[in-house]
Design a protein around this ligand. Structure first.
Ligand code: GLV
Ligand code: MG
Length: 325
């Protein structure tokens, strides 16, 4: 290990994160009763300019009056380049800050963006005498944000997670997309001809680099990497495939832009019973090995060592957290 210690963000369950437009209060109760881990009440892109002020009021009322149970509650504020942002923060943190766990910052571009909001939130929390500290979720969704992702990830003690905002990221990088968070058949490899001249097309994942880069910045700073939206909510298989790719790269959650996607995210982002049993066996085998003075042993015909133990411990810890949640 490095001498540098990576401090971990609070261990909050974040398998699923449901987007709920602040301008549609009729959706709030259903979200509160769902099995989602985190709800973000949106003030940004799902809310039309004329509805911003009303959405803010709806959110303040909803945070204060609705029983959201054990869910983590977040608001997605407007961007720092808009005149809505300061009032989003001031009004909501002042008037409903006790029930707010997180603030989601969209289109974050530099560490200074994070600093500015940290300063504002700190002043309000101090003035209001709040004991709890609100955490930050950053959407990495512009070329600038991705370029500065390392500095953004380290910019505040409030930072908890990085989210890949694939829709805006595509717009910012001018990527050629078909649906939000889906893959593009043009991003494919054509195999060399076989003996009969036949060639296969292997689709690739055009988001691989961006997501992997964000995962590294998040994990190097003890933050949760979370995959963003998948637009076609009538395609559960496509959603699950996207979630699985993200999970394989290290993401521990995915957005739901429709309530039907919550169960899919929870399923993909939870370790299976078989995974947990295997992890427990690895921990047991390594304990035995340590008692016998060995650093590596074989289990089911495969080598396991201290790295296996760390992976297994993370998995068992996550399962315990889910069971407790
Ligand atoms: C999310 O905000 C996105 O742009 O994908
Ligand atoms: Mg966006």
């Amino acid at each position: 290990m490095s001498f540098h210690t990576v401090e971990q963000a609070p261990g909050r369950l974040n398998r699923s994160e449901l987007a709920v437009p602040g301008s549609q209060p009729q959706l709030f109760e259903k979200a509160a009763k769902s099995d989602v881990d985190v709800v973000f009440l949106d003030l940004e892109d799902a809310v039309a300019p004329d509805d911003k002020v009303e959405a803010r009021k709806n959110i303040i009322q909803a945070l204060n009056d609705i029983d959201w149970g054990a869910k983590s509650m977040s608001i997605r504020i407007n961007g720092l380049d808009t005149h809505y942002m300061y009032r989003d923060v001031v009004d909501i943190v002042e008037q409903a800050g006790e029930r707010l766990d997180l603030i989601m910052i969209p289109k974050v571009g530099t560490a200074a963006d994070v600093y500015a909001i940290d300063m504002l939130v700190t002043q309000i929390e101090d003035a209001m005498g709040y004991k709890k500290r609100i955490g930050f979720e950053h959407i990495i969704e512009t070329a600038l944000g991705m370029q500065n992702v390392t500095e953004i990830a380290a910019a505040s003690k409030r930072n908890e997670s990085l989210h890949f905002g694939v829709a805006d990221y595509a717009a910012s990088t001018r990527a050629r997309t078909t649906i939000i968070g889906g893959v593009n058949p043009d991003y494919a490899v054509l195999t060399d001809p076989d003996t009969n001249g036949g060639r296969d097309v292997h689709w690739g994942d055009m988001w691989h680099y961006a997501l992997a880069r964000m995962v590294v910045a998040a994990r190097a700073n003890g933050l949760r990497p979370i995959d963003g939206p998948f637009g076609d909510f009538s395609d559960p298989d496509g959603y699950k495939a996207a979630a699985q790719r993200a999970a394989v790269l290290g993401c521990e959650g995915k957005w739901a832009i429709h309530p039907s996607q919550v169960a899919l995210a929870n399923e993909v982002m939870s370790p299976s019973d078989a995974d947990v049993t295997k992890a427990e066996r690895i921990i047991e085998a390594m304990k035995q090995a340590a008692a016998e003075g060995k650093g590596a042993v074989s289990l089911d015909g495969r080598l396991i060592d201290y790295a296996s133990i760390r992976q297994a411990e993370v998995l068992v810890e996550k399962a315990a957290q889910i069971a407790a949640g």
